[in-house]
Design a protein around this ligand. Sequence first.
Ligand code: FAD
Length: 397
Amino acid sequence: MSRRVIVVGGGAAGLSAAINAAEQGCAVTVLERLPRVGKKLLLTGNGRCNLGHEGFDFSHYHGSVKQAEQILAAFDAKAYFRRFGLYTRTDSEGRMYPMSGTAASVLDALRFAAEQRGVQTLCEKQVTGLIPKNGTWTVLCGAERFSADAVILAAGGAAAPNCGTDGSLYPILRKMGYTVIPPRPSLCPVPTDLARVRAMKGLRVRAAAKAVCGGKTVKQESGEVQFTDGALSGICIFNLSRLTGEYGSRAEIALDLLPDIPVHDTVPLLDGLLSLRGNLPAGDLLTGLLPKRIAECCIKQSGGSCTEPASALSDAAKETLAAILRDWRFPVTGSAKFAQAQVTAGGVAGECVTGSLESRLHRGLFFCGELLDLDGDCGGYNLTWCWAGGAALRLGR
Ligand SMILES: Cc1cc2nc3c(=O)[nH]c(=O)nc-3n(C[C@H](O)[C@H](O)[C@H](O)COP(=O)(O)OP(=O)(O)OC[C@H]3O[C@@H](n4cnc5c(N)ncnc54)[C@H](O)[C@@H]3O)c2cc1C
């Protein structure tokens, strides 16, 4: 008789694991708490699904599951999807997308592959408990019970709870003896002083951004920064959010609004603009360098008046303005929310699993995806970890 395998969670990792287990000859059932599998997948990459990244660099991953490095180094997302008839294309920054340009086609390719391999999917089944006994497992869904020889946990983290991921497995696993690193939101907007950003709401600017935590620069990114309602957003801010979340109110975001201009050229540049536009209102001084409302905020922050002629800016205000343009500080206030986060930092600790992601505490229990304490930067790294982890499991006999 085939080995009976239950996969808990029908997301990216769960579908990859289910296909893999079926290819190893197991009789596989996916238990998914929502009415359909893959809800989060449909939202990825703004509906286009950034499913991987060209090349391999483990520095884009964070967390205690160091075993992931070997698994990821051996994984090739392009080849993985080709096997299921899904072709990819890669953009100029190395991000890989399905050739169709739609996330739905990624989900479809996985669903077809699972169905063709005999995987059974049962939706609206929320797993509420796991009982190991004599080398087999009973999986509880409320009053309902399912029996299995092995269980794969792929229930995701706590980010984007509207996609079915409410972190409900963490307490169950803690009770079973697993170390769960406290989950926190990552790849999310960073909350800041509302008064500071209100006037710039809805604007975007290209910048170099630094996370300054406890007075030290801990990470730098560059790209488009968006000003939203009481927060800084954009991919480069998302990539800093894991760290600013860790440091809380001891963290700041520092923006360099002129990343393409050498720092020592800033004052001469302002002098040049002052000699050109000295008779115009100071609010127009930075026209062509920055969006108008952002330029006005910089002038006000430097102590200048936007309506007075630019030539009236004092030397002190000009110096402060130069400093703001290169190192504009935004305090981190309050905590980011899981509802706005793309991934979860934290989860089941690396020490709990072997190199092929089997439990070190219970035979026949496996983990993959965001449930584990490994999270990646923006750019397809998180989904890569889900496909690779699911495909790396060795179910045995
Ligand atoms: C808006 C958004 C955009 C993103 N874009 C990208 C991107 O372009 N590229 C990228 O690499 N990453 C992206 N991510 C991150 C990526 O989607 C996740 O890291 C990845 O989907 C996690 O996969 P998973 O299978 O581990 O968990 P999930 O996809 O979260 O799936 C877990 C599944 O388990 C189910 N479940 C949970 N608890 C239970 C239970 N107790 N019983 C039964 N079922 C349960 C859930 O309903 C869910 O369907 C994005 C995330 C979001 C929110």
